[in-house]
Design a protein around this ligand. Structure first.
Ligand code: MEV
Length: 436
């Protein structure tokens, strides 16, 4: 049995790898070679990646693709997407072309507010706390002026501080609930720094106030942290076009396609099993752009799914309806993202991706990401209600299967031609390779 290792993080990269290989791998040479072949030959660039996290041993590549021709509010974008799923970029590009020919995507920002909370326990008279907090609000803001000064110069800062009595959930549990604007940054560090400083001052003021008894003064700050639930930090994207201008789908009239499309979205609004998959399709587009632009996809994922369940039942994030003989399709997403700070200043490909997008502001990027989600959702539902998803998926997956089966370049070329008109499956490709 393996024994625990102490001081692992203090060892050199070479020592860490040697320990891993010795303890976890049978074919030690192959395992070592795989880790090393992903090291970057430029030492400085490798060091940059080493420093992102602890115990870096190699780099984990994802393909960076681009989807051109996105017409958003009349401006053309080429959207960078970092993702491993074979059909996603192709679907995005196809949806961009589809809607580019039909007036493009329209977007708007419905809110930019982020949230942070100080969770604390207070045993005593809640009404005393309720009248005390408004009196110290101004002072609390002044106490963190050092932290907020720069952000305020950029148009951000703390917008509100509110006491929330949560004793109906847990005895003695209260919150200071704060709203922030964080300009072009995602703002996590800014928010958390403000919260931790305010929490200390809150404790201080309560302890110093005569109005509280000794027991009441003994408040416990449980934690101070931003919330990844950002229901007031929303971008909206929409497309619409007259039904008669929709593309002719095989075996369906344009009217029948539009009705079936709306029905498919309605199912995702009412039925959680479908809603989760439907929203996963949206996140295929969203995460790919969030990652390419160096943003925190875990934060976005958590916030988006919480938003999808905000009315008590998990539901579709997108909506579709027919009105005025047109198909309307729209998506609202809560997105706490940034275009300055964090990885955006550090990772060369992130900087490159942002430049590709014309160095957008955070709100512009929120809109681009929402469009990527809507485009992806459109492409998925369009396939689902017409040919089925597998035709396109397997076509895009063909190269993966060929690589898995070690096809030669000549075989790949022949297979691509053959499978243009034949259904792709693992066994069909294996059969084809046996014969060609
Ligand atoms: C696959 O990654 C995404 C889909 O399942 C989305 C959907 O079903 O809407 C195709």
């Amino acid at each position: 049995m393996q024994t625990p290792i102490s001081g692992f993080s203090k060892r050199s990269k070479k020592e860490k790898i040697a320990w891993l290989i010795k303890n976890h791998f049978h074919n030690t040479e192959a395992a070592q070679a795989i880790v090393e072949q992903y090291w970057h030959p430029k030492e400085q660039l490798q060091q940059l990646h080493d420093d992102f996290i602890e115990n870096t041993i190699s780099n984990y590549y994802l393909p960076l693709g681009v989807a051109p021709n996105f017409n958003i509010n009349g401006k053309l974008y080429t959207i960078p997407m970092a993702i491993e799923e074979s059909s996603v970029v192709a679907a995005a590009a196809k949806a961009a072309k589809y809607w580019g020919d039909r007036g493009g995507f329209k977007t708007e920002i419905l809110g930019q507010e982020k949230i942070g909370q100080i969770h604390f326990m207070y045993q005593g008279d809640a009404s005393k706390l309720a009248s005390f907090i408004p009196k110290i609000k101004k002072q609390l803001l002044e106490d963190v002026a050092d932290i907020t000064k720069n952000m305020e110069q950029r148009g951000g800062g703390i917008r509100s501080i509110e006491l929330r009595d949560k004793t109906d959930l847990i005895a003695d549990y209260f919150q200071l609930h704060l709203c922030f604007l964080t300009a072009d940054s995602m703002g996590a560090n800014f928010i958390n720094s403000c919260l931790e400083a305010i929490a200390k001052r809150l404790q201080h003021y309560i302890q110093a106030a005569e109005v509280f008894t000794e027991k009441e003064k003994d408040i416990e700050i449980v934690m101070s942290i931003l919330s990844n639930f950002v229901p007031n930090c929303i971008a909206k994207a929409s497309v619409s076009c007259p039904i008669e201008d929709l593309e002719q789908e095989e075996g369906l009239s344009k009217q029948a396609f539009a009705e079936k499309f709306v029905r498919a979205v309605k199912i995702a609004q009412k039925e959680p099993f479908r809603a989760v998959t439907h929203n996963k399709g949206i996140m295929n587009g969203v995460d790919a752009v969030v990652i390419a632009t160096g943003n925190d996809f875990r934060a976005v994922e958590a916030g988006v799914h919480a938003y999808a369940a905000r009315n008590g039942q998990y539901a579709s994030l997108s909506h579709a309806y027919l009105a005025d003989d047109s198909l309307h399709f729209e998506l609202e997403l809560p997105l706490a993202i940034g275009t300055v700070g964090g990885l955006t200043n550090l990772h060369p490909l992130v900087k490159w991706s942002l430049e590709l997008l014309g160095n957008p502001s955070a709100t512009e990027l929120m809109q681009i990401i929402t469009v990527a989600g809507l485009a992806q959702n459109f492409a998925a539902i369009r396939s689902l209600v017409t040919s089925g998803i597998q035709k396109g998926h397997m076509k895009m997956h063909l190269l993966n299967i060929l690589n898995q089966l070690n096809a030669t370049e000549a075989q790949k070329e022949a297979a691509i031609t053959f499978f243009k008109t034949n259904p792709v499956s693992h066994s069909a490709v294996a059969n084809f390779l046996e014969k060609n």
